[in-house]
Ligand binder design. Structure first.
Ligand code: GDP
Length: 336
């Protein structure tokens, strides 16, 4: 395969003629790494709904992707033709700032092992998933893909971000050196069914659902959220994210990572009010400013994704309502 045929010669991505060749075979073996997580499970649901017959998923007890030999052995046997790399150690602002070694080391090992093993088997299509925290803390808003590596990272999640930036470079390097049409996508803050609702290790949206639910259940008249409430964040439902991933796999082929988001954001205070309404909590809300705010604003520019023909569909208030329903139904079995 020549570099030109993979879209490597330009940074804008695929032409219509190239896109028609990107359609995935619904019967081919497709490996979803991390299929039990928030991201991987949503992608698994989306692919299943779309008629994919031969999805491969292994739990971390069946295959530890940090184990290089085990990962290579698995790829040699399963021979997937497409890989979706959604396996990662993820966490909210507190987990990231308290355990940076784990976020750096585990993510680097997982992605290097998977991509090296996929390369050895010449996997023809690979989608690497990262996050919007790869961009500089003070990036102009909304954040365009080309702002990558133009400034300092947010210190509360720089270890995770560096691992993900290495992954983007890994994908670009495989394209350059081997001509394989691998791609990267960077979703904004995600939420939805299957999320981590831990009191301290989760992201803000599931964290608030849990806190407000507990307050309502115990009759508490006051809750305390983290930070000042003034940072702004963009929230995308995982089902929208999964839809965007399938769309990109079938319509995009370029070296530059593609942002996945909604194009709109809210303040954490506004988000907290939406969650309180959805849960039915009506007590006092306090803010603990000894906890970090993180980056002041993180809104992705999604014009590249829209130019590839995709737009988010699930409004935030609907997504929060359905996630609260899911939380209530799965309360006993969720990760807390
Ligand atoms: P970030 O986007 O990487 O900063 O990740 P988070 O989702 O963890 O945090 C987003 C913002 O929500 C930060 O400003 C936090 O201080 C704020 N926040 C408020 N309450 C909570 C909470 O209960 N959990 C988390 N994770 N963040 C909270």
């Amino acid at each position: 395969m020549t570099p030109a045929s993979t879209g490597l010669s330009g940074t804008t991505g695929t032409t219509a003629a190239q896109a028609s060749t990107l359609r995935l075979d619904r019967d081919a073996p497709i490996y979803v790494a991390g299929h039990r997580g928030l991201v991987g499970s949503a992608i698994w649901r989306r692919l299943t709904n779309d008629g994919f017959q031969n999805l491969i998923g292994l739990s971390s007890s069946e295959l530890d992707l940090k184990d290089r030999q085990a990962t290579f052995d698995f790829f040699a046997e399963a021979k997937p033709t497409t890989v979706i790399l959604a396996a990662a150690k993820v966490g909210g602002i507190l987990g990231n700032s308290q355990y940076p070694v784990d976020f750096l080391s585990e993510n680097l090992r997982i992605q290097v092992n998977v991509m090296d093993a996929a390369l050895e088997q010449r996997v023809s299509r690979l989608l690497f998933l990262g996050s919007s925290c790869i961009y500089p803390k003070m990036a102009p808003q909304p954040i365009r893909e080309e702002y990558l590596l133009t400034g300092h990272l947010e210190p509360t999640n720089d270890a995770y971000a560096i691992a993900k930036i290495a992954g983007i470079l890994h994908v670009q390097s495989v394209r350059r050196q081997y001509g394989l049409p691998w791609i990267s996508a960077m979703p904004t803050n995600l939420y939805g069914p299957g999320d981590n609702f831990s009191a301290t290790g989760s992201h803000v949206l599931p964290g608030l659902i849990r806190r407000y639910h507990e307050a309502k259940r115990t009759g508490a008249t006051e809750v305390t959220n983290w930070g000042s409430g003034s940072p702004r964040r963009e929230f995308l439902h995982v089902d929208d994210m999964a839809d965007a991933c399938l769309h990109l796999l079938e319509n995009y082929d370029g070296p530059e990572q593609v942002n996945i988001g909604t194009g709109t954001d809210v303040s954490i205070k506004e988000l907290a009010t939406m969650v309180a309404n959805a849960v039915g909590y009506s007590g006092q809300v306090k803010w603990d400013t000894t906890k970090p705010d993180g980056t002041p604003r993180k809104l992705l520019d999604v014009s590249k994704l829209e130019a590839a023909g995709w737009k988010a569909r699930i409004p935030l208030h609907e997504g929060i309502a359905s996630t609260v329903d899911w939380f209530l139904q799965h309360h006993s079995e969720i990760r807390t």
